[in-house]
Design a protein around this ligand. Structure first.
Ligand code: ISE
Length: 335
């Protein structure tokens, strides 16, 4: 029988994960749901059929009938839930970011390392996107030569009012940080941030241009603009010594009609990264019980948060800031 999964958090992402889990993927069963808003939990549970509701997320984690936990609750709740899963020896897929503070990220890394079992996967789903995977494979193949630049664009059509200037970096741009670490296979040494004026469409929120330099001297630039109006637009071009590779438009369909040559755009990340979200959960389910989770590890989650934190400092001080990671525990080597 497939894994019995408990879901904590039934908001936009939780509902999307519930839909994937109840589609029969990997034989999994969505066995339990908790949300602070019980009506929302019920709605998701009803849509999936026969799922048990929990008022207390800790009780869900402790339930011996639950094999693995998917955490999609607010960022501030991640640390306590992930630590409880580690304490119970239960695999957990937690939405990004790993935790709300660096101290919490460190506590998770320390607890997992102490426990000696790889239980945590962080939901940086782009690592499962076919385009980024092909880009990494193309780089590894060698003909492109060593990388010099990675140009990234991250545009949302619209964003909620609570997404502050800080969260444009700490919430949206962390995806770019994680995927750049994945593609380039190295850490960042420093980061700078330049902000243009705010758009009149969102006067309290500035777009951000984040420039990161890796330890070996690759430059990564990220335009993070969450009020672009026209659609969800994520782009990446890797420039190497002998050539370049770039993500193709998604969906991969070009229409020529009425004098126009056009590509449609998704409304938000759920459509754009639908394959990635499905494959992320599929890989997680396959990895259960193997002590070798797929995707971003707790260490990757910590590294992305440290880098985002340095970017926030660079933004506040308007100066180039060093990215300083702790020493990676041996436990995460070859993760
Ligand atoms: C959101 O939380 C996500 O994770 C999306 O992938 C990202 O594009 C968006 O900017 C974030 O707010």
């Amino acid at each position: 029988m497939g894994a019995r999964v408990g879901l904590i958090g039934a908001g936009i992402m939780g509902a999307d994960h519930a839909r994937i889990l109840s589609s029969g993927i990997g034989g999994a069963v969505l066995a339990a749901v908790h949300d602070a808003d019980s009506a929302r939990a019920r709605q998701v549970a009803d849509a999936c059929g026969g799922t048990q509701l929990y008022d207390d997320p800790q009780a869900l984690i402790a339930d011996a009938g639950i094999d693995a936990v998917l955490v999609a609750s607010p960022d501030e709740t991640h640390a306590a839930l992930v630590l409880a899963c580690i304490a119970q020896g239960k695999p957990v897929l937690v939405e990004k970011p790993l935790a709300a503070t660096l101290d919490e990220c460190r506590a998770i890394v320390a607890a997992e390392t102490r426990g000696g079992r790889r239980l945590v996967q962080v939901g940086y789903m782009r690592r499962f996107d076919p385009g980024y995977r092909m880009m990494k494979a193309a780089l590894a193949e060698g003909r492109l030569g060593p990388p010099l630049f990675l140009h990234c664009v991250h545009r949302n059509a619209v964003a909620p009012h609570w997404l502050t200037n800080e969260l444009v970096i700490a919430n949206s741009a962390t995806h770019e940080i994680d995927i750049a670490r994945y593609l380039l296979g190295e850490e960042f040494a420093s980061v700078s941030v330049i902000s243009p004026r705010a758009s009149s469409r969102a006067p309290t929120r500035q777009p951000q241009l984040i420039v990161l330099e890796t330890a070996s001297g690759v430059v990564v630039d990220v335009e993070a603009f969450v009020d672009a109006q026209y659609g969800y637009d994520v782009r990446a071009e890797l420039v190497c010594e002998n050539g370049t590779v770039a993500l193709a438009p998604n969906p991969p369909l070009a229409t020529r009609l009425a004098g126009q040559d056009s590509h449609a755009l998704h409304a938000d990340w759920r459509g754009r990264f639908a394959d990635a979200y499905r494959d992320q959960i599929g890989a997680w389910l396959v990895s259960l019980g193997t002590d070798r989770p797929a995707g971003s590890s707790a260490w990757d989650g910590y590294a992305a948060s440290v880098t985002a934190d340095a970017a926030l400092q660079a933004w506040r001080t308007r100066s180039r800031t060093t990215v300083q990671l702790d020493t990676m525990p041996e436990f995460y080597r070859n993760a």
